[in-house]
Design a protein around this ligand. Structure first.
Ligand SMILES: Cc1cc2nc3c(=O)[nH]c(=O)nc-3n(C[C@H](O)[C@H](O)[C@H](O)COP(=O)(O)O)c2cc1C
Length: 177
């Protein structure tokens, strides 16, 4: 049975949720392991047939350990079928919802020595009730500027699960080559 590794960089859990969703799709036919960058081990990449990395954006950036990890391991990553996806709320906008048009996917490609075989971007979640006061008001301010939801008593999940589904299935094609 082929083995798949899915690694996430997730602060509030939405990227992790997307990874778990992809895992459930793959579980039927593959042996799937999910790992977090936070408990990343030195040789975690060995022994897998496909590797998927998902990372969220906070204040315009990926967490530093994401870029550090991919740049350290890009040679191994380039040898195995692979995929990367970014999670951010800018991607809720139609004109920023593809890998080609999303600024954070483009930013990743600039910073990373690894050039992923498959790329995607998914809109994340705004989770006002669970934010610290400071983050709540900063996100609210950004939502005023970008015409997003402003009810701070609510959470807003923008993730298009059909798009995640399609991505998960498309990525499997790279296992066939
Ligand atoms: C403090 C904070 C800063 C954020 N900054 C950005 C940003 O600069 N651009 C953006 O598109 N989304 C931004 N987001 C939205 C997150 O990318 C989105 O909530 C995503 O679902 C987070 O994924 P995670 O739960 O896996 O960390 C921010 C969210 C928070 C809480």
């Amino acid at each position: 049975m082929k083995k798949i590794l899915i690694i996430h960089s997730s602060v509030d859990g939405q990227t992790e949720k997307i990874c778990s969703y992809i895992k459930r799709i793959y579980d039927v036919s593959f042996k799937v392991k999910i790992a977090s960058f936070d408990d990343e081990k030195e040789n975690i990449l060995t022994d897998f047939d496909l590797i998927i990395i998902g990372a969220s954006i906070r204040y315009g950036k990926y967490r530093p350990n994401v870029i550090k990890f991919v740049n350290k391991n890009y040679k191994i990553l380039n040898k195995i079928p692979n995929a990367f996806f970014s999670v951010n709320v800018v991607a809720r906008k139609e004109n920023k919802s593809s890998a080609e048009t999303n600024p954070y996917v483009q930013k990743f490609l600039l910073l990373s020595k690894w050039k992923p075989l498959n790329l995607a971007v998914f809109a994340g979640k705004i989770d006002y009730p669970n934010y610290s006061l400071l983050n709540k008001y900063i996100i609210l301010f950004i939502m005023f500027l970008t015409d997003g939801p402003k009810d701070t008593t609510e959470s807003f999940e923008f993730t298009n699960w059909g798009k995640v589904d399609l991505f998960a299935k498309n990525v499997l094609r790279s296992l066939e080559t």
